[in-house]
Design a protein around this ligand. Sequence first.
Ligand code: 5AD
Ligand code: SF4
Length: 433
Amino acid sequence: MTKKYHIHTFGCQMNVHDSEKIAGILSESDHGTTDSIEEADVIVLNTCSIRQKAEQKFYSELGRLRTVKKNNPNLKIAVAGCIAQQQGDAIFKKFPYVDFIFGPDNIDSLQTWIKGNTMQTSLKYNPGYHTKTLPMSREGRLSAWVSIMYGCDNFCAYCVVPYTRGRERSRPGRDIYDEVLSLTEQGFKEITLLGQNVNSYGKNLPEDVDFPDLLRMLHKIEGLRRIRFVTSHPRDLSEKLVSTMKDLPKICGHIHLPVQSGSDKILNLMNRGYSYKEYKNKIDMLIKSIPDIAITTDIITGFPGETEEDFQCTIKALAEIEYDGIFAFKYSKRPDTKALHLPDHVDENVKSQRLSEILKMQEVITHKINKLLEGKILEVLVEGVSETDDNKLTGRTRTNKIVNFYGDKIDTGNFVMIKILEAKLHSLYGEKV
Ligand code: 5AD
Ligand code: SF4
């Protein structure tokens, strides 16, 4: 391989997986990978625009590349992902040294560009994209991401995704099945099905198939041991899905179910399509069917119009549900979204105070829940040596908790039974039994 590429990924799992596709295309066209931006012939920045912070990180990184390009005029710089889609040509105005801009729905255009085509942008509606199978350079050997749907139709008032990733389209079931089958033949043991709203899988497909049907189909694949999925929308979480999760042993006992707020007024303004009570009923249904399921969520603090009283509803919800873990964010203004035009935007300091209160409260809950696992024996898929301690191995439980334990490297890739000795905040420590 004569040429080298470097990819910098910002944002969510969807972007991480898109970068595996970008890497796959570059590898296929005879490029090797490098960690060094000075050594690279091609640099791809795969961007995220979910919050201002992610956007700023990208712009400062792109700014740094100005001198790198000056020192190496042959360097090609491509901007991919959600900011690329949203800003398009405007990026060239401030950063004329960018060579190519392509959106999340146009990753296939990289195949043409890398062969020397001089096109500058690829951002247009790409109707066949969801039926394409692109080459992939996957990051792991055991656990793989598999896209099952693209885009989002929910239009939550705060969210930029429908504008960057377009309308919801499901991948044909047969393509997903073939991809998972081939992954298991390569030795992968665990898959995570990816989509903005996996529960509404199948809506636009000609065949009559929904998400639980897809799970049933994939469950039959021999060699596949664990199935995970993200993200689920509470409104579309059906009884059928819960009973399917209960019936099929390969489906892991973890669900990420973003609540966003505990206040009905705010949920309504957010256009979430459920009340807190309806959400809580779904949580109760999950726990009743799958008692040891782990539940995680996303929270936004300081959405426009959020009063102290609304915020207290969120605090109450967290205390009532006792999530295994949460991701919490300050509301961030996003271009094109409805929330921009809502009245009563919340002061930045108040947003921060509310965020830190929530995070502090959740630490206590997470630790308490993890402590309940002490003494239990759990199945762990061993991922390799721990990053923080060479003598320890690390892996995940079916409930997606990180477990560290003393062990032999030879166990990497195996399922081992671990007795949990100590629960820490972000991981568990145990011993092999
Ligand atoms: N501001 C803050 N958080 C946001 N999220 C999405 N859009 C915004 C925004 N404008 C959060 C939501 C979502 C998670 C992926 O990111 O909680 O579930
Ligand atoms: Fe992912 Fe949304 Fe960020 Fe796009 S904007 S990378 S979909 S989190």
